[in-house]
Every structure is written in structure tokens, then in C-alpha cells.
Ligand binder design. Structure first.
Ligand SMILES: NC(=O)C1=CN([C@@H]2O[C@H](COP(=O)(O)OP(=O)(O)OC[C@H]3O[C@@H](n4cnc5c(N)ncnc54)[C@H](OP(=O)(O)O)[C@@H]3O)[C@@H](O)[C@H]2O)C=CC1
Ligand SMILES: O=C(O)[C@@H]1CCC=N1
Length: 276
């Protein structure tokens, strides 16, 4: 199996390195292209056998799966290059949420999928959100989900839910890191607990909480109940969260959804300019 990566910036590079580190892919199975060629050349130097393509078209030729790891506004030019080159047998995968499967399928003759990864794949964990176009066959889904199960947990979702799901799985690490930083600052100013120590405690707590909610058999409700012992401090802390956090997540989802819808409108206009 040959895989192309178009765009080796932050996420493209991270996916390549994660698939290699997991052992799911060998360097000789990968061909990559990017606007700034030196970014691919760095990967080729680090992983001998990984092929540097001098153009996106060259990367796409002879690849079974083509990952498009460019930002939404760069899709117009990439799809214009690929539309006369890709074939019905190839699978093109977008890793960005505002690019609709319908956009991909209306322009490309290939099969189309959308898989939203997460930075946590770099430590072989986290959920990859999987959405499939109409031409994708069951064996294609299997192939993609097998590949992503090497770096995390593939989770099929309807495309209409991609924003709210990706807020949790892909934006979540940034949101939680922000909350943890605030918590560490408060701990330091209240008791003098060193900020770095507080962050380490929090990181270990997040790891363990994730494990309890996956392999540990706990639900979120059971976890709260088990920790908040009657007459203890956790119950008092949960009260504070109930009072102050109640509105935060509806507001966060409203804001990210508004931005997503704005991006969709902008992209719809751009896609009108690409002839199928
Ligand atoms: N960061 C995250 O945690 C996640 C990001 N994503 C999605 O990944 C997408 C990419 O993000 P990210 O990797 O951070 O962005 P980057 O800007 O780091 O990477 C995009 C890469 O695409 C290259 N590029 C741009 N245009 C072209 C072109 N025409 N042909 C070939 N290569 C091109 C850029 O080249 P150059 O180096 O010259 O700029 C750059 O290296 C985003 O849309 C985001 O939504 C999805 C899930 C999680
Ligand atoms: O901030 C962003 O747009 C991307 C999408 C998911 C995570 N980062």
C-alpha cells in the first residue's frame, strides 16, 4: 500500500511520524509533497526511504490513499491540480472539518473520506473522527480504520456532528491545557505550590482519568460519585463548578459552530470556482 501526504506542516508531519512510529507504515510506503519543499526533505532525511515528490500531482500518482493536510483555503488550488489526475480507485482523505465530503466528491472522481485527527496521535492515543463519502466501500473503511487504530481510536460520526465532536477530540487538548494552566496558577498563588509541579500533577490526573473512563469501566457520573465522599471536599468543589461552568460549554460550542459556519460559506464560494 502506498500513501501520499500533501502538506507536511504541523498535522501532516505529525501524522507521518505517528504512523511510522507506530509501525503501521514503513518510510518506503510514503510519498510527500508540500509547498515548502524543505519541510518534506527534512522528513526524507530523518526517515530514509520516504519519497519527496516535487509536486502534489507527483505525490498523488500511484498512491492508494492521498491525505490532504493543507488548510481549508488551500484546498481550492490542491483540488484543481488533482482533479484530472486521481482515479476512481484512489481514496482522498481530508483532515480538516470545513471541507465537505460533497465538495470532494463533486470535484474528484476518486473515493472521498474525512478523518479529523488530533495532536494526541503523536503519543498514539486520542480519537480520529471518521466520515465517509458515498463511493467508499466497506473494505475502504476497514483499511482507513485499521490504519488509524495504530495511532489512536477511530470513531465514525455523521458529518453534521463534526464540529462539536472535533471540539472535544481535536481542540480539547488545547482547551484542557488552558484550564490546567489556570488551575496551576491559582494553586501557586494560593499555597505556593510550584506551577510546574501543579501541571505535572494535573497531567498525571488527566492520564489516569482517561484510563478510568476507558479501560477502568467508570462512567462520568460514577467517577464523580466515587471521588466526592460524603462530607468531603470534592462535593464542595463540584458545587463551585456547577455554579460557574454551567454556561461555558454551550457558549464555547456556539462560538466554534459560528466560526465553522462562516468557514463553510466562504469555502462554498471558493468551490463554485472549480470546475468538476
Ligand atoms: N492542529 C491540530 O491539532 C489539528 C489540525 N487539523 C487540521 O489540519 C489542517 C492543517 O493544519 P496544520 O497542519 O496545523 O497547518 P500547517 O500550516 O502547519 O500545515 C499546512 C501545510 O500545507 C502546506 N500547503 C499549503 N498549500 C499547499 C499546496 N498548495 N500544496 C502543498 N502544500 C501546501 C503548507 O505549506 P507551507 O509550509 O509552505 O506553509 C503547510 O506546510 C487544518 O485545516 C486543521 O483544521 C485537524 C485536526 C487537529
Ligand atoms: O483550531 C483548529 O482549527 C484545528 C481544528 C481542530 C484542531 N485544531
Amino acid at each position: 500500500m502506498q500513501i501520499a501526504f500533501i502538506g507536511t506542516g504541523s498535522m501532516g508531519g505529525l501524522l507521518i511520524e505517528s504512523f511510522l512510529r507506530s509501525g503501521a507504515l514503513q518510510p518506503k510506503q510514503i510519498t510527500a509533497s508540500s509547498r515548502t519543499l524543505s519541510k518534506v526533505e527534512r522528513l526524507s532525511a530523518r526517515y530514509p526511504g520516504l519519497k519527496t515528490a516535487s509536486s502534489n500531482v507527483q505525490a498523488a500518482l500511484h498512491s492508494d490513499i492521498i491525505f490532504l493536510c493543507v488548510k481549508p483555503l488551500d484546498f481550492q488550488s490542491v483540488l484543481s491540480e488533482l482533479k484530472d489526475v486521481v482515479t476512481e480507485e484512489q481514496i482522498v482523505v481530508s483532515i480538516t472539518s470545513p471541507i465537505l465530503l460533497a465538495h470532494l466528491e463533486s470535484i474528484l472522481p476518486s473515493k472521498a473520506a474525512k478523518i479529523i485527527p488530533t495532536i494526541t496521535h503523536s503519543v498514539l492515543s486520542g480519537a480520529s473522527l471518521c466520515m465517509y463519502g458515498e463511493r467508499i466501500r466497506p473494505e475502504d473503511r476497514l483499511l482507513l480504520e485499521q490504519l488509524f487504530s495504530s495511532v489512536g481510536t477511530p470513531v465514525p460520526i455523521p458529518e453534521t456532528q463534526v464540529r462539536t465532536a472535533s471540539d472535544i477530540s481535536s481542540c480539547g487538548p488545547a482547551f484542557l491545557a488552558y484550564i490546567l494552566a489556570l488551575w496551576a496558577d491559582a494553586a501557586e498563588s494560593r499555597s505556593g505550590l510550584d506551577r510546574n509541579t501543579a501541571i505535572q500533577l494535573g497531567a498525571q490526573m488527566l492520564l489516569g482519568t482517561g484510563r478510568l473512563l476507558t479501560e477502568g469501566g467508570f462512567t462520568v457520573e460514577q467517577l464523580q460519585q466515587r471521588v466526592a465522599v460524603p462530607g468531603g471536599v470534592t462535593a464542595e468543589g463540584l458545587q463551585v463548578l456547577q455554579e460557574h461552568l454551567f454556561q461555558v460549554f454551550p457558549e464555547l460550542i456556539k462560538t466554534t459552530t459560528r466560526k465553522h459556519e462562516h468557514d463553510l460559506i466562504k469555502l462554498d464560494k471558493l468551490f463554485e470556482n472549480i470546475e468538476a
